[in-house]
Write a protein that binds this ligand. Structure first.
Ligand SMILES: Nc1ncnc2c1ncn2[C@@H]1O[C@H](COP(=O)(O)OP(=O)(O)OP(=O)(O)O)[C@@H](O)[C@H]1O
Length: 252
């Protein structure tokens, strides 16, 4: 492992990560560095490796090569999915998976009481937020007025925010969010950008999304993946003006 000076600063550090499925290179020498509390948008065409990248971070997929470090010291390639979650890495899949028959508040309480293992103390994960901090989570995800409603009665967007709240209740250091605004109304999309912006700072947030207006609203650094590697990275204006990015993604 080649230790870089920035290693100690990075919350998530991927370097030279490659993985193949049946000879097809889904990730090809991918390097990505996310700082503590940073918000990062990941864009790129279908099959670029965005989901595979998140699978590597959460331990669902093992890389063939490369370094995957969390918090500057923990080698994620040696841990299973449960241990990685306990370290403080939360993942939000595209479809909401809330408990429909429970109220908003009870969904959050269930998340607070979620399973913990000895790994939590072993790896020094901080305590989950306390029940008394539930109000703060409800405020953050904009559901304070809806706390007594059944999750089943929420709009699609509100269910997505509730699930983000359930992840926040576990006080992750890093949140991976997959296409959060797919299927949302324009108003919900704008609210989601505000919500994630509120969350970043206290938690690093990596958002995979195709909706470029939403990505712009996040106001963060953007990484465009293509063929399993970084094609362009930087401010949205620079990335969206990049000729290769236009050619393989935006211009289609
Ligand atoms: N478990 C797997 N087995 C075989 N092939 C896989 C597996 N996971 C991903 N792939 C392949 O790897 C490539 C990268 O897929 P990935 O899902 O990471 O892309 P993506 O950027 O997330 O695309 P999308 O925007 O469509 O979600 C694809 O060609 C996909 O078919």
């Amino acid at each position: 492992m080649n230790a870089q000076p920035e290693l100690t600063q990075a919350l998530l550090y991927l370097d030279g990560v490659s993985v193949s499925f049946d000879g097809f290179r889904a990730l090809n020498n991918l390097s990505l560095v996310i700082g503590p509390g940073e918000m990062r948008a990941i864009i790129g065409p279908n099959g670029a490796g965005k989901t595979t990248m998140m699978d590597i971070v959460t331990g669902k997929t093992r890389p063939d090569e490369g370094d995957v470090l969390f918090d500057g010291r923990v080698d994620l390639t040696r841990l299973d999915e449960a241990s990685i979650a306990e370290l403080g890495i939360g993942r939000k899949f595209q479809k909401p998976t809330v408990f429909e028959s429970q109220t908003v508040e009870d969904n959050l309480l269930l998340a607070l009481k979620g399973p913990r293992s000895a790994a939590a103390s072993l790896f020094g994960w901080r305590n989950r937020v306390k029940a008394s901090e539930l109000d703060g989570v409800l405020e953050t995800v904009g559901l304070a007025e809806h706390r007594a409603r059944l999750a089943a009665d929420l709009s699609h967007g509100q269910k997505q925010w509730l699930e983000i709240g359930m992840l926040l209740a576990q006080d992750p250091k890093l949140l991976l969010v997959d296409e959060p605004v797919a299927g949302m109304t324009d108003a919900e999309t704008e609210e989601t950008a505000r919500l994630l912006t509120r969350i970043a700072g206290n938690h690093a947030v990596v958002v995979v999304e195709h909706d470029m207006a939403f990505v712009r609203a996040l106001g963060c650094k953007v990484t465009c993946l293509h063929e399993g590697t970084v094609l362009a990275e930087g401010p949205i204006d620079a990335v969206s003006a990049n000729e290769r990015v236009i050619e393989v993604y935006l211009g289609r």
